[in-house]
Design a protein around this ligand. Structure first.
Ligand code: PMP
Length: 407
């Protein structure tokens, strides 16, 4: 796209230059995890080499440094999400942990017997199973808003399912299996009109579409560092301050307390109330560096680039006889899920791997979605900011090879 130099971006990712099975790597598995630019690795190395100490505790120089870096990363995330206050940003391990945190604090407090939690039919298991566990414990019910055959969330059906017993709506921003971009802002409007809070699973949203929590109006937003060019083991739960303040703590331990006596413990303020134990300090620093790196790029042009590569991929794959793309929602992002006649997705993945092409095959942690689409599994090529149309050509050539082999 104009104003976006993908070759320059690729230079920041040493791994993209390595050969795989004697071929140039074609990395099309960013929905599983992205690669990290060297700036992230360098920021983490700098933290360990120059600042490492435990945060929030020591009076000494390094502890102050480490605390400043860790809290600086929190402020960096606040800016990225356009949250009102940095105390609305809780560091967690990832999206999965963020959703579990909400389920077992907010959910535990708000959901009772006969109540309902509403999710969509395209959710990742991490936005299904915690709610199922909660509902089972409480005698509540998990309700599902359906999608159409293109993978579009049926908003009127969702609206009809928001009833007097609905305690929370939990939807993905972008589907990891189909690429559907959900109209989250509209979902929030519908839910809030009935006084129902909304959690957004932003694992695929934050990396690919604008994630402005004030604009979306959501109550909670969760994402993972490793899917947005940052490190593994760090993620974010954004929660409106009034919710976080009213929620009970989840894990107990150091850092989440103000004072402990055997008679009574006073919990710390938010966000620390939800960060028991020594946090992933280097991970937070790495995530901050990833967001610095990402937002230093011309973002509009970067989004346009991803959309162009996706459109090109849709067109090229559409030319392959017997190949069917699953997920054709208008305005979708970053994901090409497909099946090929009688060829098992696993075989597709294996043949492509020999060509140095990395895709994912299987149910993509969305088994109920696979059941809805009537397939056990798909092959999925997913894009990052560094992918090129030339890599799509390599994918298409690889798929032609697959087709000939199994014809
Ligand atoms: N939700 C979606 C939509 C995802 O794509 C993923 C990761 N595949 C998750 C949740 C879970 O993220 P994590 O494994 O980083 O906790």
């Amino acid at each position: 796209a104009d104003g976006f130099d993908v070759e320059r971006v690729r230079c920041d990712f040493p791994i993209l230059a390595r050969p795989v099975r004697g071929k140039p790597l074609v990395y099309l598995d960013s929905a599983a995890t992205t690669q990290r630019p060297r700036q992230v690795v360098e920021a983490m190395a700098r933290f360990f080499d120059q600042e490492n100490a435990n945060v929030h505790r020591g009076v000494h120089f390094l502890s102050e440094k480490a605390t400043a870096s860790y809290e600086g990363a929190r402020e960096r995330v606040r800016r990225f999400l356009n949250a009102r206050e940095s105390r609305e940003i809780v560091f967690v391990r990832g999206t999965t942990e963020a959703i579990n945190l909400v389920a077992f604090t907010f959910g535990k407090q708000r959901v009772g017997a006969g109540d309902e939690v509403l999710v969509s039919a395209m959710e990742h298991h991490s936005n299904i199973v915690p709610w199922q566990m909660l509902c089972e414990e409480k005698g509540a019910k998990l309700v599902v808003a359906p999608i159409d055959d293109r993978g579009v969330l049926l908003l009127d059906e969702l609206e009809r399912r928001i009833g007097p017993r609905t305690r929370l709506v939990a939807v993905s921003h972008v589907s990891n299996a189909l690429g559907t971009v959900n109209p989250v802002k509209r979902v929030v409007e519908l839910a809030h009109a009935r006084g129902v809070p909304v959690l957004v699973d932003g694992a695929q949203g934050a990396p690919h579409v604008p994630a402005d929590v004030q604009d979306l109006g959501c109550d909670f937003y969760a994402f993972s560092g490793h899917k947005i060019y940052g490190p593994t083991g760090i993620g974010v739960l954004y929660g409106r301050a009034e919710h976080l303040e009213a929620m009970p703590p989840w894990q107990g331990g150091g850092d989440m307390i103000l004072s402990v006596a055997f008679e009574k413990t006073i919990y710390n303020q938010i966000p620390y109330k939800f960060e028991a134990g020594t946090p992933n300090m280097a991970g937070a620093v790495g995530l901050g560096a990833a967001l610095d790196w990402l937002e230093a790029l011309p973002r509009e042009a970067a989004w346009r680039h991803e959309d162009e590569v996706l459109a090109y991929g849709t067109e090229q794959l559409g030319r392959i006889p017997g190949l069917r793309i699953l997920g054709t929602a208008p305005g979708k992002a970053a994901v090409l899920s497909f099946v090929m006649d009688d060829i098992h997705p696993h075989d597709i993945g294996t043949v492509l791997d020999r060509e140095g092409i990395a895709i994912r095959t299987g149910h993509h942690c969305a088994q109920p979605l696979m059941a809805r689409l009537g397939v056990p599994a798909t092959a999925r090529a997913s894009l990052g900011i560094y992918n090129t149309t030339a890599e799509i050509d390599a994918l298409a050539a690889g798929l032609e090879k697959v087709r000939r082999m199994f014809a």
